[in-house]
Design a binder for this molecule. Structure first.
Ligand SMILES: *Cc1c(COP(=O)(O)O)cnc(C)c1O
Ligand SMILES: [Zn+2]
Length: 423
């Protein structure tokens, strides 16, 4: 039913083959669901099924990913599913993008390991369990800017599969370094940036018994596409006009495109939202490629940025992202560090503790609204990709408020607060 198809030459592979690139030409593989079969079910039936599972008590139904299992990996048997209760994240009102231009924030950071990476990893690790019954699986490996490794380690631990992660030394937050260690993964810090880790892990992934868990692996996209399903459902089965997503390796923007495309094919929404890949000036190779209509991507050497999770100069999923942006009539943005900081402060002041990547996306959305590329009547969703709690060190540098100090007595506290002492 589900298969993998080469984005370059169209060659097919089996979905549980473990392949992450085309055996014929080396191109990226895309997951392809059996649309003919899925389209036999009417839109109203899908809506009713989703509504029923949203209040279900079965552990698999309660996962925001596996509640949509017919659209994720229908051939997987329930006993292989490794879930930590991922998905089901809130769609909250965000601060205004411009006068009279509102937005929604899809809170994908409210997850078991604190980022949206859990959505893809529940699928990858579940599939790896199914594969492990038929062939040798020695380890699941990834290169990471910090969130992929946390998610892989957690799901690997739950699924009983060994995990190896490669991290750029000094380029992930203390929380992100602690997470895979706490879950018992083997962590190797490399002297190099994420792009260097990615080159090593690609070669490592060629070895027998190794499953590559980066978003190059098409299985991840199947889970991450559920963000589109949740957004559409929570808007009353409507597509928003614009979805803005912080983008580094470009797997997530491709997953959102796949998700909304499926919904349109199943007649659950009537159009695609314009997808916006939001980058930071320190690492914006996709944004630079826009001028040429994304004809080709010139890798850049990523500079320093608060948004370390998207500090990527040579994104693996560029061919997928190109198609997503062209087909959805989307665009790109590039925020400088000052704009990222201001955007984080605006989200924080709204009660939505922001990670720097989400700051980059919100800044990008604001820039588009200021330029008139997002209109007042449009429904805009900004995807928050991680919890601000993973990035407290980066945030501490920009939060200007400092605690007051006082002796432990009421008069001292009133004095510190400059309130007068009258009751
Ligand atoms: C991984 C990640 C991204 C970027 O996603 P890509 O699929 O690599 O483009 C953005 N924000 C956070 C917090 C991430 O962990
Ligand atoms: Zn091919």
């Amino acid at each position: 039913m589900t298969s993998l198809r080469c984005i370059e030459c169209g060659a097919h592979a089996r979905v549980l083959s473990g392949e992450v690139s085309c055996a014929r030409c080396g191109g990226l593989l895309d997951p392809v669901l059996d649309l003919r079969r899925l389209a036999r079910t009417r839109a109203a039936t899908w809506r009713a099924l989703a509504a029923r599972r949203a209040v279900g008590i079965d552990e698999v139904d309660r996962s925001g990913v596996w509640a949509f299992r017919e659209w994720v990996l229908p051939e997987l048997s329930a006993k292989d599913i490794v879930t930590l209760g991922e998905g089901r994240t809130p769609l909250s009102r965000g601060p205004a993008l411009a006068p009279r231009v509102g937005c929604w924030i899809k809170q994908c950071g409210q997850q078991p390991t604190g980022s949206f990476k859990d959505l893809g990893m529940t699928v990858l690790v579940s599939a790896a369990r199914a594969m492990a019954r038929r062939r040798r699986v020695d380890a699941l490996v990834c290169a990471s800017t910090g969130d992929t490794s946390a998610a892989l380690a957690a799901y690997g631990a739950r699924g009983g599969l060994p995990v190896v992660v490669l991290l750029p030394r000094g380029k992930v937050s203390p929380a992100q370094l602690l997470q895979p260690l706490a879950h018992g993964a083997r962590v190797v810090e490399l002297d190099g940036d994420f792009d260097a880790c990615m080159r090593v892990v690609r070669a490592l992934g060629e070895r027998p018994g190794i499953v590559l868990a980066n978003s190059k692996n098409p299985l991840r996209l199947l889970g991450q596409a559920t963000v589109a399903y949740e957004i559409a459902r929570d808007l009353g089965w409507r597509a928003p006009d614009v979805v803005v997503v912080p983008s580094g390796n470009l797997g997530n923007v491709a997953a959102l495109y796949a998700g909304f495309s499926l919904l349109r094919a199943l007649k659950l929404v009537d159009r695609l939202p314009r997808l916006v890949a939001a980058q930071v000036a320190a690492a914006d190779p996709l944004h630079r490629a826009r001028a040429s209509g994304y004809a080709r991507l010139e890798p850049v050497r990523a500079g320093e940025t608060l948004a370390t999770a998207i500090r990527i100069g040579d994104p693996v999923s560029f061919p997928r992202a190109r198609r997503a942006l062209i087909e959805s009539r989307g665009t790109t943005t590039s925020a400088d560090e000052g704009a990222v900081q201001e955007a984080m402060a605006a989200l924080d002041a709204h009660g939505l503790l922001s990670c720097p990547q989400t700051g980059a996306a919100f800044a990008g959305a604001r820039a588009l609204a200021a330029a008139g590329e997002i209109g007042a009547k449009e429904t805009v969703v900004v995807v928050a990709t991680a919890s601000g709690l993973k990035f407290t060190e980066a945030k501490a540098a920009i939060v200007r408020q400092r605690p007051l100090r006082a002796a432990a007595s009421l008069p001292a506290v009133l004095e510190a607060l400059a309130l007068d002492g009258a009751p």
